[in-house]
Every structure is written in structure tokens, then in C-alpha cells.
Write a protein that binds this ligand. Structure first.
Ligand SMILES: NC(=O)c1ccc[n+]([C@@H]2O[C@H](COP(=O)([O-])OP(=O)(O)OC[C@H]3O[C@@H](n4cnc5c(N)ncnc54)[C@H](OP(=O)(O)O)[C@@H]3O)[C@@H](O)[C@H]2O)c1
Length: 343
């Protein structure tokens, strides 16, 4: 079962995630041209080629979804809040990439390899997680077969593509300017990104965490069905174009050996273990870019806790962190006969 024959709308088709969605449709469904490309008024009229056919981008409006089976929505949270319910009411299954619906108790938050069964209770809208949460739960899920997880500490190194196309352009342009002795003037991001890192992704909250960090905490608990699990995160932007890295420390009820962890991670679909540091084998963002899997290496006993493991997790934030996860949700929903809008 696949998406062939279904009318797919890509909302935000001109953005970083939308473009990746189209690339993956070409990759996975080279015959598929039953598409509708939508964006804001700014991009209306733009031509985009997919699978040899030329599509004209239209402005997303309330009438855009009447003939759509599945709408992949990759726009701002505000635009998702507006268009998500409209598309679901028009009969489309909505798969939303923003943070608009992730913590809504009526909306499943899904990584198919981890909690695909949650699709059974969707009511027209399904959300994908934040792009650092997805790789974290992809490694936590198989490991909890060895022993329940008590606590997760996750520190991230997130690429600029996580902040969209404008932030990617800013890294390129700012690096060039600084290399020629000019000033780094941040516009798309809160700080200069060329030759810099900063622990500031999304806004700060009253807790002292950023919203990005709170997303990792709350979304991991929701996906893993562990509402009380102890989780903490520090999210850091780094001058890398694509792929997010997570230095993850997991504490279990009982000791779990690095060997057992490697075996469990090797058996997890969508995870590739790259762990031979003596030979220089461990994942990096440059090598993970453009690839489907979550890569994990540097798996070792945590020196600070007898029941702890430390590891290094890398994934392409635009692929499994966004567009691929959304497509896999759609494929999973087709398999389960769960493609529908608001009932
Ligand atoms: N980047 C990632 O790694 C990642 C991962 C997971 C989730 N997400 C989420 O996915 C969403 C999109 O992110 P992105 O990185 O692709 O952002 P982006 O590169 O800035 O693209 C935003 C897209 O949204 C469209 N858009 C904006 N306002 C709109 C409106 N009112 N109506 C219709 N379309 C509108 C834009 O169209 P125009 O060209 O017309 O402006 C553009 O196509 C965000 O919610 C983000 O949090 C991103």
C-alpha cells in the first residue's frame, strides 16, 4: 500500500520542509503527479517541477482542500492553526509539521516506528514532533526493551535549516561577509550564526527553558506514553546547514550494557548504528544529510551513573526530522485504512 492514486497537497511547498517533501515524493513515487502545491500569496504563480510535471504554486485558501486526500502542512504555527482544521473539515487527512497541534490531547503525535498505533484515534489531524525529539525517541524506544527509562538528559547541536530557508541563506551570506571582514548582522536568528553557537532556539519561558527545550521534554513523554518521565534538554544552534545532533544520556531502572544497547538499536527499523570510534566511525551531520535514517554512535557506559548510557545521535532534520516522518505517517495510515478527515 502506498500513496499512489491519492491527491496530495503540500502546503508550504516553497519552504525548506515543503521542498524536501517534494524531493521525497519524487524519490518514493516517481509516477505521482496528483499533487497540489500551496504556499502564501507571496509565492503564488511560482512554477515547480515534480516528477517531470510543472506545477503552479497557488495561495492556500479556505477552498484549497475540497479535493484533497492528504494535506502535508509545513507552514508557521499560526498558519497551521488556521488551515489544519479547515483541511480536516473538508475531508483531508492533515499531517502537520508545526507545533500547533503537537500537545493537543485530541491529536496523535506520531513517529510510526515508535507509536504508529496512535493513528487509530486521529480525528483528521496528526502531528509530527519537533526535529530533535524524533531522533531521541527513535533511540529511546528500542532501549526501553532492556529496562524502563528513568531519566533522559539531551543536549542538542541543531543546524540552521531547522529554522527554515531564511536561516540557511543567513548562514551562507553571513559567513561570506565575516570572511571578508564585514559585520555579522543577525536577522533570521537571535544571534550571529557565522563562527558562533547559541543556546537560544525559539523563545524563553518562565521556567528558564526555551520553548524548543520544552518541546523535547513534553513531546518525548507524549510519544513514549510516559507522562512522568524525567527529561531535560538544552538546545543549541550551530553553524551547520543540515542535520541535528543530540548528546543523549539515558538512565535506566537496571544497568544496560553498551553491547546490549547496540544490539537493540541495530534491530530498530530506521536506526543505523555507526559505532567504532577507534576507526573514526561515528555519525556526523554532513554524512547524515540527505539520508533517511537516525544514526547513533559513541555508545558508552555513563561514567556518572551505574545505570546510565551516553550516546551521540544524528539525523537529517528535514528528512526523518520532518518530511520523511510525515510521509511515513501517511503510508502507515494508508496501510491501516486510517486516511480520513474530520469524522
Ligand atoms: N525545518 C525543519 O527542520 C523542521 C522540522 C520539523 C518541523 N518543522 C516545522 O515545519 C514548518 C515549516 O518549516 P520550514 O523550515 O519549512 O519553514 P520555511 O522554510 O520558512 O517555509 C515556510 C513555508 O510556509 C509558507 N507559508 C508561510 N505563511 C503561510 C501562509 N499564511 N499560508 C500558506 N503558506 C504559508 C511559506 O510560503 P511562502 O514561500 O509563500 O512564504 C513557505 O512555503 C514550521 O512550522 C516548522 O516549525 C520544521
Amino acid at each position: 500500500m502506498d500513496l499512489q492514486g491519492l491527491k496530495l497537497a503540500v502546503v508550504g511547498a516553497t519552504g525548506a520542509v515543503g521542498q524536501e517533501t517534494l524531493r521525497l515524493i519524487e524519490d518514493r513515487y516517481p509516477q505521482h503527479t496528483n499533487l497540489k502545491l500551496l504556499a502564501s500569496k507571496r509565492s503564488a504563480g511560482r512554477k515547480i517541477n515534480v516528477n517531470g510535471a510543472t506545477f503552479t504554486v497557488s495561495e492556500a485558501t479556505e477552498d484549497s482542500f475540497d479535493d484533497v486526500d492528504i494535506a502535508f502542512i509545513s507552514v508557521s504555527t499560526e498558519a497551521s492553526l488556521h488551515f489544519g482544521p479547515i483541511a480536516a473539515a473538508a475531508g483531508a487527512m492533515v499531517i502537520d509539521d508545526s507545533s500547533a497541534f503537537r500537545m493537543d490531547p485530541k491529536v496523535p503525535l506520531v513517529v510510526p516506528e515508535v507509536n504508529g498505533d496512535d493513528l487509530a484515534w486521529h480525528d483528521g489531524i496528526v502531528s509530527i514532533p519537533n526535529c530533535s525529539t524524533t531522533p531521541l525517541v527513535m533511540v529511546a524506544h528500542p532501549l526501553r526493551q532492556a529496562s524502563p527509562i528513568r531519566r533522559i538528559l539531551a543536549d542538542t547541536y541543531q543546524s540552521v535549516s531547522g529554522a527554515g530557508g531564511a536561516a540557511m541563506n543567513e548562514l551562507r551570506d553571513q559567513t561570506r561577509t565575516v570572511m571578508h571582514g564585514g559585520p555579522a548582522e543577525p536577522q533570521a536568528q537571535p544571534q550571529a550564526i557565522a563562527f558562533n553557537v547559541f543556546p537560544h532556539i525559539d523563545g524563553f519561558t518562565a521556567t528558564g527553558y526555551t520553548r524548543e527545550e520544552e518541546k523535547m521534554i513534553n513531546e518525548s513523554r507524549k510519544i513514549l506514553h510516559e507522562p512522568e518521565m524525567a527529561v531535560s534538554a538544552t538546545c543549541v544552534r550551530v553553524p551547520v546547514f543540515v542535520s541535528h545532533c543530540v548528546a543523549a544520556h539515558l538512565e535506566f531502572d537496571q544497568p544496560v550494557s553498551p553491547g546490549e544497547a547496540r544490539e537493540l538499536l541495530n534491530g530498530m527499523p530506521g536506526v543505523t548504528v555507526q559505532d567504532d570510534p577507534a576507526q573514526g566511525v561515528y555519525p556526523t551531520p554532513v554524512e547524515a544529510a540527505g539520508r533517511d535514517d537516525v544514526f547513533v554512535g559513541r555508545i558508552r557506559q555513563d561514567a556518572s551513573h551505574p545505570n546510565g548510557l551516553a550516546m551521540w545521535v544524528v539525523t537529517d532534520n528535514l528528512v526523518k526530522g520532518a518530511a520523511l516522518n510525515a510521509l511515513q505517517i501517511a503510508e502507515h495510515a494508508v496501510e491501516r485504512g486510517e486516511v480520513h478527515g474530520l469524522r
